[in-house]
Write a protein of this length. Structure first.
Ligand SMILES: [Zn+2]
Length: 71
């Protein structure tokens, strides 16, 4: 997989050899450092299963408060 770098200041992207050629500093920004961008292939990123669970109300836990005697 190709390694890419991005400027910490202007977010400009560089390929690995490009960043190396520039000495890992952005030509547009002074005193900036190029950081490695870790990107995953789009296929891996899509629809991660969330751990969020919908708590379904238990029907048998809710008892009617009105008894037959009140009617
Ligand atoms: Zn920059």
């Amino acid at each position: 997989m190709a390694v890419k770098y991005s400027c910490a200041k202007c977010n400009r992207k560089f390929v690995d050899w490009g960043a190396e050629k520039l000495g890992f500093s952005c030509p547009d920004c002074e005193d900036s450092t190029l950081e490695i961008v870790n990107f995953e292939p789009a296929a891996k990123v899509k629809s991660k299963p969330t751990l969020k669970r919908v708590v379904a109300p238990k029907s048998d836990a809710i008892e009617p408060e009105i008894s037959a005697e009140d009617l």
